[in-house]
Design a protein around this ligand. Structure first.
Ligand code: MLT
Length: 317
Protein backbone atom coordinates (compact mmCIF):
# COMPACT_ATOMS: atom_id res chain seq x y z
CA UNK A 1 0.00 0.00 0.00
CA UNK A 2 1.27 3.48 -0.89
CA UNK A 3 1.25 6.26 1.73
CA UNK A 4 1.96 9.92 0.94
CA UNK A 5 3.03 12.08 3.91
CA UNK A 6 2.75 15.77 3.02
CA UNK A 7 3.76 17.52 6.26
CA UNK A 8 6.53 17.48 8.87
CA UNK A 9 6.31 13.98 10.38
CA UNK A 10 8.11 11.84 12.95
CA UNK A 11 11.07 9.97 11.34
CA UNK A 12 10.46 7.06 13.73
CA UNK A 13 6.86 6.71 12.54
CA UNK A 14 8.02 6.76 8.91
CA UNK A 15 10.37 3.88 9.73
CA UNK A 16 7.53 2.00 11.46
CA UNK A 17 5.39 2.33 8.33
CA UNK A 18 8.22 1.13 6.10
CA UNK A 19 8.94 -1.79 8.44
CA UNK A 20 5.29 -2.79 8.11
CA UNK A 21 5.87 -3.15 4.36
CA UNK A 22 4.20 0.09 3.26
CA UNK A 23 5.62 2.24 0.49
CA UNK A 24 6.14 5.71 1.98
CA UNK A 25 6.51 8.88 -0.06
CA UNK A 26 7.53 11.78 2.21
CA UNK A 27 7.60 15.40 1.09
CA UNK A 28 6.89 17.89 3.88
CA UNK A 29 6.84 20.83 1.43
CA UNK A 30 3.79 19.79 -0.58
CA UNK A 31 0.91 22.28 -0.53
CA UNK A 32 -1.95 23.32 -2.85
CA UNK A 33 -1.05 22.66 -6.47
CA UNK A 34 2.12 20.73 -5.69
CA UNK A 35 0.12 18.38 -3.46
CA UNK A 36 -2.50 17.98 -6.20
CA UNK A 37 0.20 17.14 -8.76
CA UNK A 38 1.87 14.65 -6.44
CA UNK A 39 -1.43 12.89 -5.69
CA UNK A 40 -2.19 12.68 -9.41
CA UNK A 41 1.23 11.24 -10.17
CA UNK A 42 1.82 8.89 -7.23
CA UNK A 43 -1.78 7.79 -6.59
CA UNK A 44 -1.36 6.79 -2.90
CA UNK A 45 -4.06 4.88 -0.99
CA UNK A 46 -3.46 7.01 2.11
CA UNK A 47 -2.58 10.69 2.50
CA UNK A 48 -1.21 11.92 5.84
CA UNK A 49 -1.24 15.67 6.58
CA UNK A 50 -1.08 18.04 9.54
CA UNK A 51 -2.49 21.47 8.65
CA UNK A 52 -1.99 21.22 4.88
CA UNK A 53 -5.35 21.73 3.25
CA UNK A 54 -7.08 18.82 1.54
CA UNK A 55 -9.86 20.23 -0.64
CA UNK A 56 -11.75 19.01 -3.74
CA UNK A 57 -8.81 19.48 -6.19
CA UNK A 58 -6.58 17.27 -4.04
CA UNK A 59 -9.30 14.66 -3.47
CA UNK A 60 -10.16 14.58 -7.19
CA UNK A 61 -6.49 14.14 -8.06
CA UNK A 62 -6.17 11.20 -5.65
CA UNK A 63 -9.27 9.16 -6.49
CA UNK A 64 -10.05 6.40 -7.19
CA UNK A 65 -6.86 5.05 -5.53
CA UNK A 66 -7.04 7.44 -2.53
CA UNK A 67 -9.03 5.71 0.21
CA UNK A 68 -8.14 7.56 3.40
CA UNK A 69 -6.85 10.94 4.60
CA UNK A 70 -5.27 10.95 8.05
CA UNK A 71 -5.06 14.34 9.75
CA UNK A 72 -2.15 14.05 12.18
CA UNK A 73 -3.71 16.57 14.56
CA UNK A 74 -6.99 17.58 16.20
CA UNK A 75 -10.16 18.45 14.32
CA UNK A 76 -10.84 18.34 10.60
CA UNK A 77 -11.20 22.00 9.66
CA UNK A 78 -8.50 21.91 6.97
CA UNK A 79 -10.15 19.01 5.17
CA UNK A 80 -13.31 19.06 3.07
CA UNK A 81 -14.79 16.07 4.88
CA UNK A 82 -18.18 16.27 3.12
CA UNK A 83 -16.55 16.14 -0.30
CA UNK A 84 -14.22 13.33 0.79
CA UNK A 85 -17.21 11.32 2.03
CA UNK A 86 -19.08 11.91 -1.23
CA UNK A 87 -16.06 10.55 -3.12
CA UNK A 88 -15.68 7.53 -0.84
CA UNK A 89 -12.52 8.77 0.92
CA UNK A 90 -12.46 8.18 4.69
CA UNK A 91 -11.06 10.94 6.94
CA UNK A 92 -9.66 10.41 10.43
CA UNK A 93 -7.41 12.24 12.89
CA UNK A 94 -5.32 11.76 16.06
CA UNK A 95 -7.38 13.50 18.76
CA UNK A 96 -6.04 14.76 22.09
CA UNK A 97 -2.38 13.85 21.62
CA UNK A 98 -1.07 17.40 21.18
CA UNK A 99 -2.58 18.65 24.48
CA UNK A 100 0.62 18.94 26.53
CA UNK A 101 2.53 20.69 23.74
CA UNK A 102 -0.26 23.22 23.23
CA UNK A 103 -0.61 23.89 26.98
CA UNK A 104 3.14 24.52 27.17
CA UNK A 105 2.96 26.98 24.28
CA UNK A 106 0.09 28.83 25.98
CA UNK A 107 2.35 29.39 28.98
CA UNK A 108 5.24 30.47 26.78
CA UNK A 109 2.89 33.12 25.36
CA UNK A 110 1.55 34.14 28.78
CA UNK A 111 5.05 34.59 30.20
CA UNK A 112 6.19 36.39 27.06
CA UNK A 113 3.21 38.77 27.20
CA UNK A 114 3.72 39.49 30.91
CA UNK A 115 7.50 39.95 30.85
CA UNK A 116 7.78 41.12 27.22
CA UNK A 117 10.62 38.73 26.59
CA UNK A 118 10.52 38.87 22.79
CA UNK A 119 10.79 42.70 22.88
CA UNK A 120 13.64 42.44 25.41
CA UNK A 121 15.54 40.07 23.15
CA UNK A 122 14.92 42.16 20.01
CA UNK A 123 16.18 45.35 21.72
CA UNK A 124 19.23 43.55 23.10
CA UNK A 125 20.09 42.28 19.61
CA UNK A 126 19.80 45.89 18.38
CA UNK A 127 22.31 46.95 21.04
CA UNK A 128 19.70 48.88 23.05
CA UNK A 129 19.60 48.52 26.86
CA UNK A 130 16.43 49.66 28.66
CA UNK A 131 16.02 47.94 32.01
CA UNK A 132 13.58 50.60 33.28
CA UNK A 133 11.10 49.97 30.46
CA UNK A 134 10.56 46.42 31.72
CA UNK A 135 10.44 47.15 35.45
CA UNK A 136 6.68 47.42 35.69
CA UNK A 137 5.52 44.04 34.38
CA UNK A 138 2.66 42.94 36.66
CA UNK A 139 3.62 39.25 37.22
CA UNK A 140 1.29 36.24 37.17
CA UNK A 141 0.63 35.39 40.84
CA UNK A 142 -2.95 36.24 41.82
CA UNK A 143 -3.95 37.32 38.33
CA UNK A 144 -6.89 35.74 36.56
CA UNK A 145 -6.80 33.41 33.60
CA UNK A 146 -10.05 32.67 31.78
CA UNK A 147 -10.35 29.49 29.76
CA UNK A 148 -12.83 29.30 26.94
CA UNK A 149 -13.17 25.52 26.63
CA UNK A 150 -12.16 22.97 29.25
CA UNK A 151 -11.32 19.83 27.25
CA UNK A 152 -7.94 18.05 27.25
CA UNK A 153 -5.95 21.23 26.56
CA UNK A 154 -7.99 23.57 28.79
CA UNK A 155 -7.45 21.22 31.74
CA UNK A 156 -3.66 21.12 31.24
CA UNK A 157 -3.52 24.91 30.93
CA UNK A 158 -5.53 25.23 34.18
CA UNK A 159 -3.10 22.91 35.99
CA UNK A 160 -0.15 24.99 34.86
CA UNK A 161 -1.88 28.24 35.83
CA UNK A 162 -2.55 26.90 39.36
CA UNK A 163 1.17 26.09 39.66
CA UNK A 164 1.82 29.81 38.95
CA UNK A 165 -0.71 30.66 41.71
CA UNK A 166 -3.09 32.28 39.26
CA UNK A 167 -6.86 32.42 39.72
CA UNK A 168 -8.53 30.38 36.98
CA UNK A 169 -12.07 30.49 35.67
CA UNK A 170 -13.52 28.46 32.83
CA UNK A 171 -16.50 28.53 30.50
CA UNK A 172 -17.52 25.31 28.79
CA UNK A 173 -21.18 24.52 28.17
CA UNK A 174 -20.37 20.83 27.57
CA UNK A 175 -18.19 19.95 30.57
CA UNK A 176 -19.97 19.49 33.93
CA UNK A 177 -19.45 22.14 36.62
CA UNK A 178 -18.11 19.59 39.13
CA UNK A 179 -15.40 18.41 36.69
CA UNK A 180 -14.14 21.98 36.35
CA UNK A 181 -14.50 22.90 40.03
CA UNK A 182 -12.67 19.75 41.16
CA UNK A 183 -9.49 21.25 39.64
CA UNK A 184 -9.78 24.42 41.74
CA UNK A 185 -11.11 26.34 38.74
CA UNK A 186 -14.13 28.59 39.00
CA UNK A 187 -16.94 27.52 36.68
CA UNK A 188 -18.90 30.25 34.89
CA UNK A 189 -22.03 29.86 32.79
CA UNK A 190 -21.84 33.25 31.12
CA UNK A 191 -19.02 33.68 28.61
CA UNK A 192 -19.03 37.43 29.23
CA UNK A 193 -17.86 36.80 32.82
CA UNK A 194 -14.59 35.62 31.30
CA UNK A 195 -14.30 38.79 29.20
CA UNK A 196 -15.04 41.14 32.08
CA UNK A 197 -12.95 39.53 34.82
CA UNK A 198 -9.82 38.05 33.31
CA UNK A 199 -6.32 39.40 32.78
CA UNK A 200 -5.57 36.57 30.35
CA UNK A 201 -8.06 34.70 28.17
CA UNK A 202 -7.00 31.50 26.44
CA UNK A 203 -9.13 29.73 23.84
CA UNK A 204 -9.47 25.94 23.82
CA UNK A 205 -12.46 25.08 21.65
CA UNK A 206 -12.45 23.35 18.25
CA UNK A 207 -12.93 25.29 15.02
CA UNK A 208 -15.97 25.00 12.78
CA UNK A 209 -19.40 26.60 12.58
CA UNK A 210 -20.37 25.95 16.21
CA UNK A 211 -17.57 28.19 17.53
CA UNK A 212 -17.23 30.70 14.67
CA UNK A 213 -17.01 34.23 16.11
CA UNK A 214 -17.50 32.99 19.72
CA UNK A 215 -14.93 35.57 20.81
CA UNK A 216 -17.06 38.31 19.30
CA UNK A 217 -16.76 42.06 18.94
CA UNK A 218 -18.83 42.42 22.16
CA UNK A 219 -16.58 39.97 24.02
CA UNK A 220 -13.44 41.83 22.92
CA UNK A 221 -14.97 45.22 23.81
CA UNK A 222 -15.79 43.89 27.30
CA UNK A 223 -12.25 42.64 27.97
CA UNK A 224 -10.27 44.56 30.58
CA UNK A 225 -7.89 47.22 29.29
CA UNK A 226 -4.42 45.69 29.08
CA UNK A 227 -5.72 42.11 29.02
CA UNK A 228 -4.10 39.42 26.89
CA UNK A 229 -5.93 37.12 24.48
CA UNK A 230 -4.19 33.86 23.61
CA UNK A 231 -5.37 31.83 20.65
CA UNK A 232 -3.71 28.48 19.99
CA UNK A 233 -7.00 26.94 18.80
CA UNK A 234 -8.45 28.21 15.53
CA UNK A 235 -8.55 31.69 13.97
CA UNK A 236 -12.25 31.39 13.12
CA UNK A 237 -13.20 31.52 16.81
CA UNK A 238 -12.13 35.18 17.12
CA UNK A 239 -13.49 38.34 15.50
CA UNK A 240 -10.08 39.24 14.13
CA UNK A 241 -11.02 42.76 13.06
CA UNK A 242 -12.23 43.72 16.55
CA UNK A 243 -9.12 42.15 18.07
CA UNK A 244 -6.80 44.09 15.74
CA UNK A 245 -8.57 47.39 16.48
CA UNK A 246 -8.24 46.94 20.24
CA UNK A 247 -4.58 45.94 19.91
CA UNK A 248 -3.88 48.97 17.71
CA UNK A 249 -5.52 51.16 20.37
CA UNK A 250 -3.01 49.76 22.88
CA UNK A 251 -5.75 48.19 25.03
CA UNK A 252 -5.19 44.52 24.26
CA UNK A 253 -2.30 42.11 23.71
CA UNK A 254 -2.97 39.19 21.40
CA UNK A 255 -0.78 36.10 21.33
CA UNK A 256 -1.66 34.01 18.33
CA UNK A 257 -0.46 30.66 17.08
CA UNK A 258 -3.28 30.60 14.52
CA UNK A 259 -4.49 33.37 12.23
CA UNK A 260 -6.72 33.70 9.22
CA UNK A 261 -4.87 33.47 5.91
CA UNK A 262 -2.00 31.62 7.53
CA UNK A 263 1.03 32.02 5.21
CA UNK A 264 0.64 29.53 2.36
CA UNK A 265 4.39 28.95 2.08
CA UNK A 266 5.64 26.15 4.30
CA UNK A 267 9.01 27.85 4.50
CA UNK A 268 10.14 31.18 3.11
CA UNK A 269 9.13 34.82 2.85
CA UNK A 270 5.54 35.89 3.35
CA UNK A 271 3.47 39.00 3.88
CA UNK A 272 0.68 39.02 6.43
CA UNK A 273 -1.33 41.98 7.80
CA UNK A 274 -0.86 40.84 11.41
CA UNK A 275 2.92 41.08 11.22
CA UNK A 276 2.68 44.89 11.23
CA UNK A 277 0.33 45.26 14.20
CA UNK A 278 1.86 46.31 17.49
CA UNK A 279 0.76 44.31 20.55
CA UNK A 280 0.16 41.18 18.46
CA UNK A 281 2.64 38.37 18.95
CA UNK A 282 2.37 35.57 16.41
CA UNK A 283 4.08 32.19 16.38
CA UNK A 284 4.25 29.91 13.35
CA UNK A 285 1.38 27.50 14.19
CA UNK A 286 3.74 25.50 16.39
CA UNK A 287 1.27 24.36 19.07
CA UNK A 288 1.81 20.68 18.31
CA UNK A 289 5.44 21.06 17.29
CA UNK A 290 7.46 19.61 20.14
CA UNK A 291 9.54 16.51 19.51
CA UNK A 292 7.47 14.76 22.19
CA UNK A 293 4.15 15.62 20.56
CA UNK A 294 5.42 14.94 17.05
CA UNK A 295 6.62 11.53 18.10
CA UNK A 296 3.34 10.64 19.88
CA UNK A 297 1.20 11.99 17.02
CA UNK A 298 3.41 10.13 14.51
CA UNK A 299 3.01 6.86 16.45
CA UNK A 300 -0.78 7.25 16.53
CA UNK A 301 -1.04 8.23 12.86
CA UNK A 302 1.16 5.22 11.95
CA UNK A 303 -1.12 2.96 14.03
CA UNK A 304 -4.14 4.35 12.16
CA UNK A 305 -2.50 3.71 8.77
CA UNK A 306 -1.24 0.23 9.68
CA UNK A 307 -4.63 -0.81 11.07
CA UNK A 308 -6.25 0.30 7.83
CA UNK A 309 -3.70 -1.54 5.71
CA UNK A 310 -4.09 -4.78 7.70
CA UNK A 311 -7.83 -4.92 8.26
CA UNK A 312 -9.49 -2.01 6.47
CA UNK A 313 -10.66 -0.71 9.88
CA UNK A 314 -10.72 3.08 10.18
CA UNK A 315 -9.85 4.43 13.64
CA UNK A 316 -10.88 7.88 14.97
CA UNK A 317 -13.31 8.48 12.11
C1 MLT B 1 -3.57 20.31 15.21
O1 MLT B 1 -4.66 20.56 14.73
O2 MLT B 1 -3.41 19.40 16.02
C2 MLT B 1 -2.38 21.10 14.75
O3 MLT B 1 -2.79 22.40 14.52
C3 MLT B 1 -1.77 20.45 13.55
C4 MLT B 1 -0.47 21.10 13.10
O4 MLT B 1 0.51 21.08 13.82
O5 MLT B 1 -0.41 21.61 11.98
Amino acid sequence: MKVLIADQFSPKAIEELKAAGLEVIYDANLNGDTLTACLAEKKPAVLVVRSTKVQPPQIDAGIPELKMVVRAGSGYDTIDTAYAKEKGVAVCNTPGINATAVAELVFAHILNADRRISENVTLFRQGKWNKAAYASCPGLKGRTLGLVGFGNIGLLVANRAHAFEMEVMAYDPVVKAEVIEKTGTKYVTDLMDIAKNCDFVSIHVPGGNATKGLISKEFIAAMKDGATLINTARATVVDEEAMIEKCKAGKLFACLDVMSNEPAVKKGDFTHPLSAVENIYCTHHIGASTLQAESAIGDEAARVVMTFSKSGEILHQ
